[in-house]
Design a protein around this ligand. Structure first.
Ligand code: GDP
Ligand code: MN
Length: 380
């Protein structure tokens, strides 16, 4: 789960990383009040779960509260890389002398966390890595040893930081970032830019914070930060019903049981010349209610033209899935054709149930490829 800038900064603050004072605003009036309260120059920042806000015009300096309100009016509702701005972070403006970059992430190859630090911050780090790799200091931290002070010094000297006060501050920030990543069970903590003010203070001006979804149950305070409104309605419904759902942009809705089978189904749809609109994984259970929930979510996607069910019964029993399909068809109005391939445990019973009920928009096919071909054909 990605956190908004303001949420990441809240965590930074908890781990002793200096950030500027700020307020959240959802209306131009709130932005004005926030600017008034903060006093002086402020920066109005779009809160969206994507980068490059500055370039997109989603970050603006305001001299006075009325100007903050004006910027807020312009930025709210703006579309930044497909993300609509609904929240703003109004922050006390910083004077910037230099912009650095500091991040901590997993290096899965080395099975260690990896610090990256460069004095060339503010811009795309990929650019620095590709064009001037010598400017980018990289340092692995062994999880069993933890982050040691000598490593902080190595990182800082590696990037060529000569000022002693800066060295001290950055060492402390790097240590805070390491603790933040470990204690929050995060997968990425990035500060770009990490600024130095004309007075020589070092502080995080932006935050990118990605936590591990699978560890969220241990962090209720972070789990609470999830913003359901940032997800499309089907994704929200899927989360509430605990259905695994992923949105894609073709026209065939895909439903299968088990990640491997679902992935193969996507491939077979592509092989048949179609494109998946989305997919749901019923997992190992696949009881009737699970099928109803998944079908409801899949069919709510307006891009779906046909629905492809691909079930291989192991633990999942095909008769149970068939009952789920029939139950769903009884409860929901689904006009899209549904193509079903059932195989494995109780497949014959399942197919018999479907054929007996014979809903008119239901097509039973014997193999995965036949089913995919049929689904693609019907979507055309
Ligand atoms: P991003 O574009 O989404 O990465 O958003 P950032 O928070 O990194 O901001 C982009 C740029 O806006 C920064 O690199 C700064 O140059 C500028 N900026 C952001 N906050 C301030 C501020 O308080 N003062 C000044 N002068 N510039 C700022
Ligand atoms: Mn940034």
């Amino acid at each position: 789960m990605d956190l908004y800038e303001y949420q990441g900064k809240e965590l930074f603050r908890r781990f002793g990383i200096p950030v500027s004072d700020g307020r959240l605003a959802t209306t131009p009036e709130e932005a004005r009040a926030a600017a008034q309260e903060l006093g002086g120059q402020v920066v109005v920042k779009a809160q969206v779960l994507t980068g490059g806000r500055g370039k997109a015009g989603g970050i603006k300096l305001a001299e006075r509260p009325d100007q903050a309100e004006e910027h807020a009016r312009a930025i709210l509702g703006m579309d930044i890389n497909g993300h609509v701005v609904r929240k703003l972070w109004i922050e006390k403006a910083s004077e910037i002398a230099r912009e650095y970059y500091l991040s901590l992430t997993f290096d899965r190859g080395d099975k260690k966390t990896l610090f990256m630090f460069t004095k060339e911050g503010g811009i795309d780090i990929e650019e620095v890595a590709a064009e001037r790799p010598e400017a980018l200091a990289r340092l692995h931290v062994d999880p069993l040893e933890g982050f040691q002070p000598y490593q902080a010094r190595r990182l800082i000297y590696g990037a060529g930081i000569e000022d002693e006060s800066e060295q001290k501050q950055i060492a402390k920030i790097a240590e805070g970032l390491y603790t933040a990543l470990v204690e929050s069970e995060a997968m990425l903590c990035e500060i770009n830019p990490l600024i130095v003010t004309p007075e020589g203070d070092v502080r995080a001006l932006d935050s990118k914070f990605t936590v591990d979804d699978n560890a969220l149950f241990r962090h209720p305070d972070i789990a609470e930060m999830r913003d359901l409104e940032a997800y499309p309605p089907e994704e929200r419904a899927a989360r509430e019903k605990e259905v695994t759902y992923v949105k894609l942009d073709g026209e065939v809705g895909v439903l299968g049981n088990g990640a491997g089978l679902v992935m193969s189904t996507l491939d077979v749809v592509a092989l048949a010349g179609g494109r998946p609109a989305n997919f749901c994984d019923l997992g190992g259970g696949g009881d009737a209610q699970g099928v109803v929930d998944a079908l409801e979510i899949i069919s709510a996607d307006p891009q779906v033209k046909t629905i492809l069910f691909n079930i291989f019964g192991g633990i999942t029993r095909c008769d149970e899935v068939a009952r789920g399909i029939l139950q769903a068809l009884g409860q929901l109005t689904i006009d899209d054709p549904i193509v079903v391939r059932l195989d494995g445990t109780n497949a014959e019973e399942g197919r018999r149930l479907l054929e007996e009920a014979a809903p008119q928009n239901l097509h039973v096919e014997p193999t995965m490829l036949d089913a995919a071909k049929r689904a693609v054909e019907l979507a055309a």
